[in-house]
Design a protein around this ligand. Sequence first.
Ligand code: ASP
Length: 326
Amino acid sequence: MMSIRSLAGACLSAFAALGAFAVPASAQNYPTRTITMIVPFAAGGPTDVISRIVTAHMAQTLGQSIVIENVVGAGGTTATTRAARAANDGYTLITGHMGTHAASVPLYPKLAYHPEKDFEPVALLAGTPILILARKDFPPKDLKEFVAYVKANAEKVNAAHAGIGSVSHASCELLNSILDVKPVGVPFNGTGPAMNALVAGQVDYMCDQIVNAVPQINAGTIKAYAVATPERNPSLPNVPTTTEAGLPAFQAQAWNAVFAPKGTSPAIIATLNAAAIKALDDENVRKRLLELGSVIPAPANRTPEALATLVKNEIAKWTPVLKPAS
Ligand code: ASP
């Protein structure tokens, strides 16, 4: 006769076997068709560029193409709402960032999604230090002069950003609150077009993710006053840190990461995470990301769990900073 213990064991193995068969065929064969990666900003900006570099390699690993769909508006929250409501079958993903999945929470009291409750984290793709940038002919020569100039001309200066809640908006809100200034905000559908306006001299300054700025700084088409991280960035060895340049209180590093709608199967998330990690280990992908100043996440920070923790911490960090400004 079977003992209670071995009966329980048999039941457990039967459940385990059932569980294995319960993985839907769609998850087992995934992916069998094109995947859409929603990018919540215009083409040519940091989120778009990072997504394109990494997904090109992921597509090779997955054996299916990944199509980038730029869905713009409302600081990235329009696209993120769409991604939250998409079918959770692994065929619609989003490259979110510090804005869409953290800063937007305090800034949009009626946000139609919650970054933690409505998404499955897939993988962190890149850390992106923030730079204080200005049009080439903006009068201040260095960060000290910039601070004095912006304070003295508080009524006149303007700051470009990618919409309320975007990284460029949230990080310049932090800068402006430190300086105690309220420049006129000039919104764009992403910092790709905002950068074009900065290069054209149509706007005064901007806080943006490094990926967008390195080519322009190196070409001498814009000014970079400082990078808001403790260390200089290897891609911009001549740009001082905010600490070196006299504004140590301004520290900001953003990030971009892939998310799937809530309820996407763990098997699909694992497949996508493995493909993202493989991309981040590829020599060519690394070279391109590093040339643009990105910080490639260390292995311990590449898991879905690590991304969940990052989102939680970032919401906690940005909420008190941005609540009074909203
Ligand atoms: N860097 C932008 C932001 O400010 C978004 C983008 O165009 O990627 O959020």
